[in-house]
Design a protein around this ligand. Structure first.
Ligand SMILES: Nc1nc2c(c(=O)[nH]1)N[C@H]1C(S)=C(S)[C@@H](COP(=O)(O)O)O[C@H]1N2
Ligand SMILES: [Mo]
Length: 328
């Protein structure tokens, strides 16, 4: 986010191109990779996908999960390709963009999540063991990036509250901290110039926020295991907060009584704070937050207080005043 802030009108072609054209371009790329076959002109180049080499996903059986209709959004669901080709995942690319091919390097099995800190018993749990213990469902949520693009997506996963119950935190724990995998082989920016960033990507929330109904841990998107660029195999979704709170590819969940200093807060505390609740009336120091551009379109729409979730979450902040810091 420090490098360059893309504006709506600076989006690369891939994010704004109709899906059909985009698919054609991708087919063309595959064709080029399969050079001689294409030249022969007779054999279709559809048999193997040069981008997909992963073994079958052991969690495939959970998808599609039953949609929880409590969470309704009066906006069209974003086209899957649009959501999956405009991503923010600094471990792959230090700006938002298309990272599908880079993200293919992420190995998501085996995958362990370490649960520790102020809990009855610290433990490491394999992602598939965890999934088997969680109430898996689908929820359609809005997502609002601090850089003003947005999307509406069907996430599959389970409430953060279910993980909190599973972890059995001590009564003295006040915050939940989540961290992304640290792996210099899979994540190129963790070893390059950007090695100076405070890796691993770290986010946090209060216990009250974590146990609010809306707080969700995502394992799938669009009725399938999550595409890697979305933060497989486990990412957070706090839909009332700016997107940077929704940490991807989580390997560590820690309970603590100390408020953590998060990744973006470390880098730029006056622009990306701990609370980061969406508020159209509180501008980012460098741009307005009044409007957003849903991915897959060019039309801007108004941004809503708490991203449209005020009814569910405003009470979390009652009595905290109206400090600017709650909304940045
Ligand atoms: N580990 C990690 N998690 C991350 C990020 C990141 O760079 N690294 N970017 C965040 C930001 S700024 C946004 S808007 C969302 C984007 O999620 P999406 O790419 O699935 O749309 O992921 C968030 N989670
Ligand atoms: Mo973002």
């Amino acid at each position: 986010m420090l490098i360059k802030i893309p504006r709506g009108w600076e989006l690369p072609e891939s994010a704004a191109t109709p899906e059909s054209l985009f698919l054609n371009r991708r087919e063309l790329m595959k064709g080029l990779a399969a050079g001689p076959i294409l030249a022969a002109g007779s054999v279709p180049f559809l048999t193997d996908d040069v981008f997909a080499a992963d073994p079958p996903d052991p969690s495939a059986k959970y998808y599609p999960a039953k949609r929880n209709e409590t969470y309704k959004v009066d906006r069209a669901i974003t086209d899957e390709k649009a959501a999956g080709t405009w991503n923010n995942f600094y471990e792959f690319l230090p700006q938002a963009g298309e990272i599908t091919d880079r993200a293919a390097k992420l190995v998501v099995r085996p995958w362990e999540v370490a649960i520790g800190g102020m809990v009855e018993k610290p433990q490491k749990v394999a992602i598939d063991t965890l999934l088997a213990a969680m109430p898996i469902e689908e929820r359609v949520y809005r997502h609002r990036c601090v850089e003003t693009w947005s999307m509406t997506v069907p996430w599959t996963g389970f409430p953060v509250k279910a993980l909190v119950d599973y972890a059995k935190p001590l009564g003295s724990a006040k915050f939940v901290v989540m961290k992304t995998l640290m792996d210099k082989d899979m994540f190129p920016t963790q070893r390059s110039f950007f090695a100076g960033y405070p890796w691993p990507y770290t986010e946090g929330m209060t216990i009250e926020e974590a146990t609010n109904d809306l707080a969700f841990l995502v394992t799938g998107v669009y009725g399938k295991p999550a595409a890697k660029q979305h933060g497989a195999p486990l990412r957070l979704a706090l839909p009332w907060k700016y997107g940077f709170k929704s940490v991807k590819s989580i390997v560590e969940v820690t309970f603590t009584d100390q408020r953590p200093t998060t990744f973006w807060e470390t880098l730029q505390p006056r622009e990306y704070g701990f609370w980061a609740n969406v508020n159209p009336a509180v501008d980012h120091p460098r741009w307005s937050q009044a409007e957003e551009r849903p991915l897959g379109g060019s039309r801007k729409v108004p941004t809503l207080l708490y991203n449209g979730y005020a009814e569910q979450v405003a009470s979390l902040y009652a009595g905290m005043g109206n400090a600017r810091t709650l909304f940045m």
